[in-house]
Design a protein around this ligand. Structure first.
Ligand code: URA
Length: 422
């Protein structure tokens, strides 16, 4: 085969054959197909799409590029969750220990922040001492002992995706359903989880802005998982406004701990419990109601053991930002809109995310929200508090918040129109 031939086939809207797909994924992983060639192919796929057969073959070629893990020697059944990414999405933090406390082990291989979306590993690294990298043996031992592990995927898992993902990030080729679906599912199938619940986000803060695209992504991933023998279900959830009241790293850990302690924002609790129910059902072990288990404190016990097992101190104070800046409400009324993308970009610019690959994130950077859509606000009250160690970042963060909220004088959700702040 020849890379130019494969690129030209997709450019000209032809279906790629199985041998073409196997060859190009393998040759790219081994450095025979160059980055610029794979970039061109990724753009052709973004523009011209792939059918289900092509997506499935591409996924399996990425799985075959590396090792497969196997949890069948554990005494637990396993279930995993994957979110397609959002703002304030700290759900994995309370969810993994909650599901473990209900009797199903959670092998959660997580990632770092990408653009305006946060990454679970970046959040957990705000906890003093906690480490993301475990060997496969450490991961298996922790899963058997505690039932929950959140760690970085090892270098051996779907290396084709690692390379391709980094390339897509810098070539404007992230937002393609075939590429997102195969990227996520190659890692989850190679990881070897018994069942999988997908939290597919739709809205301004998600990669899929509209719900029809999100549904197509969900259906594609569910088919890939089930075809590969992983019981897979998906929830479509809203990402037009941030989840909970925090977007950042340490502030999100604090909110997750509030949830484990029986408090926390209602939307975070609700989604955590809903996903836990789906994971337990997918694993065939739904004899306990996760809401009761959360209230019992058992999930908090698992959380502390899980954090300690990875070197972290769950009782240590979390880092606090050197500087804060408060954005106040200009008028009184009802907050009718708070845009996820704007808040995510602000948190990113404050230092919670990266602007270059490999950059260090600030543990304490982020945005704390004092009201969510539907809440009444009074002129002059704090609406958002911005946190950073580098106050020169405030200007660009505040600029990202321009026009991201509306305050109306009508009743939110009661059929009245929420106007602009006036
Ligand atoms: N998350 C992934 O792992 N891959 C994508 O392509 C998008 C989100």
């Amino acid at each position: 085969f020849d890379a130019v031939e494969v690129i030209a086939a997709k450019r000209d809207r032809h279906e790629l054959t199985d041998p073409q797909i196997d060859w190009v994924v393998d040759a790219y992983t081994r450095g025979i197909v160059a980055d610029e060639q794979m970039s061109a192919l990724a753009m052709a796929i973004l523009l011209n799409g792939m059918n289900r057969r092509e997506i499935s073959r591409w996924t399996h070629a990425m799985i075959a590029s590396g090792e497969r893990m196997d949890f069948s020697s554990l005494s637990w059944t396993t279930s995993d969750k994957h979110s397609t990414g959002g703002v304030g999405d700290k759900i994995t933090l309370p969810l993994a220990p909650l599901v473990a406390a209900c009797g199903v082990a959670v092998p959660q291989l997580s990632g770092r922040g990408l653009g305006h979306t946060g990454g679970t590993l970046d959040k957990l690294e705000a906890i003093p001492g906690w480490r993301a990298s475990l060997t496969n043996e450490e991961m298996m031992a922790q899963l058997e002992d505690i039932g929950a592990v959140i760690c970085a995927a090892g270098a051996g898992l779907a290396p084709a995706d690692k390379k391709l993902y980094a390339l897509r990030d810098v070539t404007g080729t992230v937002e393609a359903i075939p590429l997102i679906a195969s990227s996520i599912m190659s890692k989850k199938i190679a990881e070897g989880t018994g069942s999988l619940v997908l939290d597919v986000k739709a809205g301004s803060g998600a990669f899929m802005k509209d719900v029809d695209q999100a549904r197509e992504l969900a259906e594609t991933m569910v088919a890939l998982g089930n075809d590969a023998g992983v019981t897979t279900v998906a929830l479509l959830t809203d990402m037009s406004t941030p989840l909970g009241l925090t977007a950042g790293n340490a502030c999100e850990v604090a909110e997750a701990v509030d949830v484990l302690a029986g408090g926390g924002p209602a939307d975070v609790v609700e989604l955590t419990v809903a996903l836990a129910r789906e994971m337990l059902a997918a694993a065939g072990k739904d004899d306990r109601d996760p809401a009761d288990v959360l209230a019992s404190g058992a999930a908090m016990d698992v959380w502390k053991r899980m954090i300690r097992a990875q070197g972290g101190d769950p009782d240590a104070p979390l880092p606090v930002a050197k500087e804060t800046h408060v954005v106040t409400a200009p008028t009184s009324g009802t907050l009718t809109r708070l845009d996820a993308m704007g808040v995510g970009v602000a948190a990113w610019r404050l230092g919670a995310g990266r602007s270059r690959p490999g950059e260090q994130v600030q543990a304490a950077a982020g945005v704390v929200m004092h009201a969510k859509p539907g809440d009444a606000v009074t002129a002059g009250q704090p609406l958002l508090t911005l946190h950073t160690d580098t106050p020169e970042r405030f200007d660009r963060a505040v600029a990202a918040l321009d026009g991201v909220y509306d305050i109306g004088d009508g009743l939110y959700g009661a059929g009245t129109e929420g106007g602009k702040a006036s």
